[in-house]
Design a protein around this ligand. Sequence first.
Ligand SMILES: Nc1ncnc2c1ncn2[C@@H]1O[C@H](COP(=O)(O)OP(=O)(O)OP(=O)(O)O)[C@@H](O)[C@H]1O
Ligand SMILES: [Mg+2]
Length: 287
Amino acid sequence: MNGPPTKKPVQIKDGNVLPRVKHCIAVASGKGGVGKSTTSVNLALALQKSGARVGIMDVDIYGPSLPLLMGIHQQPQATPEKKILPIEKDGLRLMSLGFFLEENSPVIWRGPMATGMVTQFLKDVLWGELDYLIIDMPPGTGDVALTLTQQAPLAGAVIVTTSNDLSTVDARRGMTMFQKVDVPVIGVVENMSYFTPPELPDKKYYLFGQGGGQRVADALGVDFLGEVPIDPRVVEGGDAGKPIVVDHPESDAAQAFFSLAQEVSNRVEKLAKPSISVLDSNITWEK
Ligand SMILES: Nc1ncnc2c1ncn2[C@@H]1O[C@H](COP(=O)(O)OP(=O)(O)OP(=O)(O)O)[C@@H](O)[C@H]1O
Ligand SMILES: [Mg+2]
């Protein structure tokens, strides 16, 4: 599944894709299970709480988890014009492969189906005006990830990692995929960094080793965006459709997501501004 991203014709990004979305941000990781979906949902909610209009598009073909994380038990409706209405929850507009894929269908069938659906999500979902569309990517660099990086007008990507060597290697692979299509990597966030026992609030136990995320960021030459601690309430809330940013906004994990949202929005705003050199090249100086 993670073969080299070659041979496919690179599709020109189409101006009709998500024209009313200001910033499309991919949340990606080299390998599964590092907390990509958790980060997507809590980052989206943190951005929304700061006043932004936010959507989430979950295109993780292996484990679309948005329905579970957001506690959604309904299917999106279509309009007579065959446009799809996103589901609205907690002020977010949501679309997930999980709304359509049968849970137990084998990945070999899901692949081609999912690739088609992703294109539909980009063109036929009535997202409306959004400041941010957060895209929960599948792990690695398979077909769906490639389709998305080629077709979506991505402002940048956030790489999620945990602090161990293996995911360092994988994160690098993910980064290369974005570089190939000129999508800037906004930075690296380290999830499940440390644990603070409730009875020892000043202690931080780095269970997977300390500083892995920072090392990945340094190795890739991108910014390190911060550490999100381990909190059992993330798991409980995830299973119950209650993200920690909503249910325990005062917790360190939620605070880490709020600060991640701030870091991401600062950087994306800067990326969106045309640089001086671009402006310069359009100016004809009068003599
Ligand atoms: N900061 C955290 N503290 C405690 N548990 C966490 C944290 N972040 C994620 N988890 C848990 O780790 C598991 C994996 O997280 P998540 O599903 O977000 O990862 P993922 O990268 O999207 O995985 P997949 O590759 O399967 O899509 C989940 O059970 C989630 O609740
Ligand atoms: Mg996931």
